[in-house]
Design a protein around this ligand. Structure first.
Ligand code: NAD
Length: 353
């Protein structure tokens, strides 16, 4: 039996519903395996702006830093679109505060969800099992932003240091060593200086990993290749913005953005785990969101931060079992399946732990 402190950030929109679903499943794990999970719920995003006047209160940072890991729903929504500071600033702030420089986003096409993928069977015959390793605390999202005082122009800076590229590259190569030993580094080195540095650094780093095959792809081609031959990829390593976009694309291929988890890791074992989707304000409060991405993110937390490999497997198997039993949320619904809501999907998964 082990005890872990988990900071919960439900956030906005569907956040509280999907995090609630993940807690239902974690409670089932704790009951079955005898572990103790202590949850502390904190505010971030729009709800924090409403309560504290800022998207990332210091108290939230402090509690997250003291916890063994963080489980996040999502932040943002139209209510705060014109707020002086946007909710998403909280997200960037917590990533920076916890030094979470790498974001691992696995996209796996489950055989049960082939019908939910927009790609034709022919393109999916070899499946999809890609790990997008996205740099998370550098690049254009953290570069200098400027807007002319008269509003006639605006700019955002894309900047990477060799050290930043090296540390994310290491994560990608080490991830590949545990998989099929193939890394595709995605950049735009035919145009951008920051990408030229990215590519040069990856080539240099690859010398430390002779067993791993490193290839390079321009981001525009990578988007096309994901759509026409998704099975060719094992690990993709890329910058903050390219990773954001490509992982959404790979999630669509896997059936729904509501299925895909992510782990954000840094120098310590304390990671932040969250679905790759946003707060889905269009379906918030309706109990129709898919909680699976968040539940599987919790499984990644158990495995990667707590070393609870068997418990993580139990969650993934329970998800598969429930899909095999033909239960679906609206986003992955197809003919002949039984539609269930967010809470019911979580309850079914918990029941199958
Ligand atoms: P989104 O991911 O919230 O939604 C895109 C579409 O996918 C919507 O139609 C939504 O209903 C659907 N969807 C998303 N998650 C789903 C789920 N679990 N189950 C079923 N359907 C789901 O992206 P968006 O609409 O561009 O952004 C909405 C808000 O979320 C914005 O304020 C944005 O800034 C924010 N956002 C936050 C994060 C985060 O907190 N990590 C990430 C992306 C976007």
């Amino acid at each position: 039996m082990a005890e872990f402190n988990i900071a919960l950030i439900p956030g906005d929109g569907i956040g509280p519903e999907i995090v609630g679903g993940a807690v239902t499943v974690l409670d089932a794990v704790s009951k079955k395996y005898g572990h103790k999970f202590n949850y502390t719920e904190v505010y971030m995003g729009g709800c924090a702006i409403d309560k504290y006047g800022e998207p990332l209160p210091q108290e939230t940072v402090d509690i997250c830093k003291k916890s063994d890991s963080v489980l996040l729903g999502a932040v943002g929504g139209p209510k705060w679109d014109n707020a002086p500071v946007r909710p998403e600033k909280g997200l960037l702030g917590i990533r920076k505060a916890l030094e979470l420089y790498s974001n691992l986003r696995p996209s796996i096409l489950k055989p049960q969800l082939k019908d939910a993928s927009p790609l034709k069977d022919e393109k999916l015959k070899n499946g999809l099992n890609v790990m997008v390793v996205r740099e998370l605390t550098g690049g254009i999202y953290f570069g200098e932003r400027k807007t002319a005082s008269d509003g006639s122009w605006a700019s955002d800076e894309e900047k990477y240091s060799v050290e930043e590229v090296k540390r994310i590259g290491k994560i990608a190569f080490e991830t590949a060593m545990l998989r099929d030993k193939r890394v595709v580094s995605v950049d735009k080195a035919n145009v951008l200086d920051s990408s030229k540095l990215w590519r040069k650094t990856m080539i240099e780093l690859s010398k430390d990993y002779p067993e791993v095959e490193l290839t390079h792809m321009y981001v525009d081609n990578a988007a096309m290749q994901l759509a026409i031959n998704p099975a060719q990829f094992d690990v993709i390593v890329t910058s903050n913005i390219f990773g954001d976009i490509l992982s959404d694309l790979s999630s669509a291929i896997a059936g729904s953005i509501g299925m895909l988890p992510s782990a954000s890791l840094g120098a310590t074992k304390c990671g932040m785990y969250e679905p790759i989707h946003g707060s889905a304000p269009d379906i918030a409060g309706m109990d129709i969101a898919n909680p699976i991405a968040t539940i599987v993110s919790a499984a990644m937390m158990l495995e990667m931060s707590f070393g609870l490999v068997e418990e993580a497997k139990a969650i993934n198997s329970a998800v598969d079992k429930v899909l095999d039993m033909n239960y679906r949320t609206t986003d992955i619904m197809s003919d002949g399946m039984t539609k269930v809501g967010c809470a019911e999907m979580a309850r079914l998964i918990a029941e199958n732990i």
